[in-house]
Design a protein around this ligand. Structure first.
Ligand SMILES: NC(=O)c1ccc[n+]([C@@H]2O[C@H](COP(=O)([O-])OP(=O)(O)OC[C@H]3O[C@@H](n4cnc5c(N)ncnc54)[C@H](OP(=O)(O)O)[C@@H]3O)[C@@H](O)[C@H]2O)c1
Length: 289
């Protein structure tokens, strides 16, 4: 879809949807939500879109705030614009990304995303997978200075990008947030990105906490360790997710789901004890065993 067409679609969406205020005051709860694939639902499938409304309703009812999307996620931002007016006044922390090679096209893409969501502004904008970072970060800095976005940052989901990513984290003082992958199977971030984020005071958003669902499929059928109850965990998805959010440098993880019951299952983790370092090691050993 061309930018021009996206913008036009965005204007239409904004015209039919009442703007929903975006807020970013108190710290976000440690579970947010992603929208890649799970929210890529075509306009004609209203039943499926209404199911996403229910996913979001469960999310906000359970205390959730941060929703992450990107212009790269097909119709996901359009679906956000469908869902939000149907939910009333919700405490949304809206996070999206800029993802286009030409930095000159960044502002237009961001505006198209904003119009699709139907919100006054984004709370968080990030450079997706570092694509066009040098140019886009200038745009994001200027938008932040003008009050057009709350926080700015960078994302990746590729281990091979960690060297570039860490170099930017070390030298770019304008960053507020970083987003990368961390889960029980992909722990590369422990070596450098997580400690560096803590040292630099950066908020950390974790993508792929279930490795696109692969980890859940891997443990299916295995009995849950008895000690899981000690940290308020009653299922494998909760076990995997609680381990991620209990890393001290993690601000929020953003699991994606298309299923309202899965959303409730994940959000139940916001209450209950948080595993300490010893418990995290025990959980990892149980997963690997
Ligand atoms: N470079 C980047 O910036 C980047 C890259 C990758 C991802 N992300 C962001 O991170 C988000 C999360 O990553 P992801 O979507 O790749 O994968 P993920 O969150 O690791 O896994 C999503 C999968 O887990 C399943 N799931 C979730 N909760 C479940 C539960 N309680 N029980 C059973 N299955 C469950 C979902 O299936 P159901 O629908 O059946 O629940 C879905 O297939 C993305 O949506 C996106 O917003 C960003």
């Amino acid at each position: 879809m061309s930018i021009t067409r996206r913008t036009a679609l965005g204007l239409v969406a904004a015209a039919v949807a009442a703007p929903v205020p975006a807020r970013a005051s108190a710290p976000v709860p440690k579970i947010g939500m992603g929208t890649w694939i799970t929210f890529d639902v075509p306009r004609q499938d209203e039943a499926a879109r209404d199911r996403r409304v229910e996913v979001l309703r469960r999310f906000f009812d359970a205390g959730g705030r941060m929703v992450d999307s990107s212009p790269m996620y097909g119709m996901a931002e359009d679906v956000m614009g469908y869902c939000l007016p149907r939910l009333g006044d919700v405490p949304l922390t809206a996070a999206s990304k800029v993802w286009i090679p030409a930095p000159a096209m960044g502002p237009e893409q961001i505006e198209a995303s904003r119009a699709l969501w139907g919100i006054p502004r984004f709370d968080i904008l990030q450079v997706h997978n570092l694509l066009g970072y040098e140019g886009h970060i200038e745009t994001l800095r200027a938008m932040k200075a003008a009050g057009q976005v709350g926080e700015i940052g960078i994302t990746t989901s590729h281990g091979r990008r960690h060297d570039d990513f860490a170099r930017i984290m070390e030298r770019d003082d304008s960053l507020d947030t970083v987003q990368f992958t961390y889960n029980m199977d992909d722990r590369e971030a422990e070596a450098r990105l997580l400690p560096l984020a803590a040292e630099r005071g950066l908020k950390v958003i974790i993508n792929r906490p279930f490795q696109r669902g692969a980890l859940i499929r891997r443990v299916a059928g295995r009995p849950l360790p008895d000690f899981a109850a000690e940290v308020g965990v009653t299922s494998w998805p909760q076990f995997l997710l609680k381990w991620v959010i209990s890393h001290p440098a993690v601000t929020v993880a953003i699991p994606a789901t298309s299923d309202p019951d899965h959303m409730s299952e994940n959000m139940a983790l916001l209450s209950g004890p948080m595993p300490d370092a010893a418990m995290r090691a025990r959980m990892l050993a149980a997963f690997e065993g």
